[in-house]
Design a protein around this ligand. Structure first.
Ligand code: IPM
Ligand code: MG
Length: 386
């Protein structure tokens, strides 16, 4: 299994919501009752991994899909990385499944040109998805695929809770003739809500016996926003007596993550530190191609996407590892659509496919029993294991 132990109520929400279906009139047809998933395939390998994810979903049940454009694909078609229509469709869905955005075709240093990544950031901000959950747990079959030694990573089971709608990503930006500015602002309220999400996650992962641990990562020896962060997280911590809180400077955290990753339980950190640390943590699982994520807010649908990017170098070749997307679908089933049993089945099927020796190129080590496969064969194996 690929446990996250978070267990928030459904529809990608961090707060209690109505139970699914309680406003659905009896006269509705089956198709109307199916969960409505907006699919944002995006760029590069995005369309391939999202198509694979749809076939996995179809073998689990009946879902309604609404395909919308994001990123470079949307720039090419509509001149903008995220249209108002696409955002509105996401807002009215039950969950959003996203592939990846970006690629060399749209890379530019021109501050006025549209960039694919703006679509992703606009989506996060537009849906107020302030909490990004990135669970990191190496699967048994992949313990030797990590660049870190097996004995170093064994026992690792951590969750990165990344603040997703504030900080330097969303501060004022400016460019002068020979200078540039990126402002980093955090408000108490922004820190408080992500801290609450992180403490709640630590509580739930630990279960009724307690013993959860939360590590808050900042750069309080240099940054004012970090000093506020540390203060507010500590204040929130006084309301969660069963969770043990400690603070770590980000440079030390980066080092500890490779030196002794199993010491961590839940890590909470601001937007940019979370971006960097989660890529680093991903390598513990053997490949960035294994890391799923869920982006949640206080109401409305969540966005579920693999952490890896659009991998333009292998796009269209049928070689992409679809497993991070499948694991993101499992997070969608668990956190967004309130179907925990299906989520568990899918997590188990991913493990079974790997245990059977199948490896996409990013995971292949050449060890005995491994068989190198592409996206389609890996997808078929996961579906067969469901
Ligand atoms: C991620 C990505 C994005 C981010 C990019 C594509 C804007 O790296 O989701 O981690 O920096 O948040
Ligand atoms: Mg990133």
């Amino acid at each position: 299994m690929f446990p996250t132990g978070i267990g928030w109520p459904g529809r990608g929400s961090l707060s209690a919501r109505r139970t699914a279906g309680d406003t659905v009139p009896r006269t509705m047809s089956q198709a109307d009752k199916d969960p409505r998933i907006v699919v944002l395939a995006g760029d590069g390998i995005g369309p391939e991994i999202v198509a694979a994810a749809r076939s996995v979903l179809d073998s689990l049940g009946s879902f309604g899909y609404d395909e919308q454009l994001i990123g470079g694909a949307s720039i090419d078609e509509l001149g903008t990385p995220l249209s108002d229509d696409a955002l509105a469709a996401c807002r009215h869905s039950d969950a959003v499944l996203l592939g990846a955005v970006g690629g060399p075709k749209w890379d530019t240093t021109d501050p006025d040109a549209p960039r694919p990544e703006q679509g992703l950031l606009g989506l996060r901000k537009g849906l107020e998805l302030y909490a990004n959950l990135r669970p990191v747990k190496p699967l048994g079959a992949l313990l030797d695929a990590s660049p870190l030694r097996r004995e170093r990573i064994e026992g690792t089971d951590l969750l990165v809770v990344r603040e997703l709608t504030g900080g330097i990503y969303f501060g004022r930006k400016d460019r002068g003739p020979d200078s540039a500015l990126d402002e980093c602002v955090y408000t108490t309220a922004e820190i408080e809500r992500i801290a609450v999400a992180a403490f709640a996650a630590a509580e739930r992962r630990a279960g009724p016996g307690g013993g959860g641990r939360l590590t808050s990562v900042d750069k309080a020896n240099v940054l004012e926003t970090s000093r506020l962060w540390r203060e507010v997280v500590s204040d929130v911590g006084s309301r969660y007596e069963t969770v043990e809180l400690d603070h770590l400077l980000v440079d030390n955290a980066a080092m500890q993550l490779v030196a002794d990753p199993s010491q961590f339980d839940v890590i909470v950190t601001e937007n940019m530190f979370g971006d960097i640390l989660s890529d680093e943590a991903a390598m513990i699982t053997g490949s960035l191609g294994m890391l799923p994520s869920a982006s949640l807010g206080d109401g409305g649908p969540g966005v579920f996407e693999p952490v890896h990017g659009s991998a333009p170098d292998i796009a269209g070749g049928g070689a992409a590892n679809p497993l991070a997307t499948f694991l993101s679908v499992a997070m969608m089933l668990r956190h967004g659509l309130d179907r925990p049993a299906d989520a568990d089945r899918l997590d188990d099927a991913v493990e079974a496919a790997l245990a059977g020796g199948l490896r996409t190129a990013d995971l292949f080590t050449g060890a005995e029993g491994e068989r190198r496969v592409g996206t389609a064969a890996m997808t078929d194996a996961v579906i067969a294991a469901l």
